[in-house]
Design a binder for this molecule. Sequence first.
Ligand code: BG6
Length: 298
Amino acid sequence: MPVETLEDKVIIKDSRGSSAEIYFFGATVTSWKYRGKELLFLSKKSLLDGTKGIRGGIPVVFPQFAKAADSSVETAALPQHGLARISKFEWGGVSVDNESEVSVRFGLNDSQVPENLRKVWPKKFKLIYTVTLNDDTLKTNLSVTNEDIAPFDFNVLLHTYYSIPDISKVSVDGLFNISYVDKVKNFTTDIDNNQSINFTQTTDRIYGNVPTEIIKININDGSNEAFLLRRTNLKDTVVWNPWIDNAKNMSDLGDDEYKQMVCIEPGHVTDYITLKPKESWEGGQTIQYVTLAIGHLS
Ligand code: BG6
């Protein structure tokens, strides 16, 4: 069976042995395996019972990225990273199931959001999140529809945790010469003159208006494996690794687990998207797992 629906999650399988798991809670993809090899990081300490956002996989950030800097915006009272990652989505069924790909959908509207969150952001909306698996490629796509009688503003971000063997070896290409806001340095704006990003300390950068077609996350562990990230309608990209000090302060991340993860998060976060009543917005990411030595994995 290519699609298995369980009480708390859905498991999808590709005919060539790749798979993905998606929890209804947050519609969080918690696992993506290429022919058996896990490609997403999920903390061993992550709660999966719906009491806290899942620490790993691909949490969906909506309608607020981080905490709003401006207390006058409508999303200001929402918790960090908004409401989607802590709301239970409904099963939207299988939308594609053929030889080459499996695609499943999850939905969330305002009536399914916990009451305390709905109170602080009382907007009528509908989200449809589509997860598509195709051998070496995972695609996650979000559509947002305004079902209210007035416009609303939102951020969106696909907070993707890649599983990597060693953070000190990882390099990220495609963000050279693009200015970013450095959250570690008091939100100052900077430009990195290095061709690739390497990780030697806490990294928390918001790259705005990234023109790059492909962001490449090189694993550099001798295997020549890499992730190629393509974005649709997501102009910004956040790069995050908490490093040891922050990891120690996080109850749902092991002290050493920062070595096995890197977050490359495509989104629209440096300003808000405004949606008028009945309008929809759509965006997403396509991640391909490749081995550079022989090109496309086969
Ligand atoms: C990143 C932010 O997107 O998410 C970081 O840039 C933040 O500042 C990180 O620490 C994790 O956030 P949370 O709420 O899941 O701990």
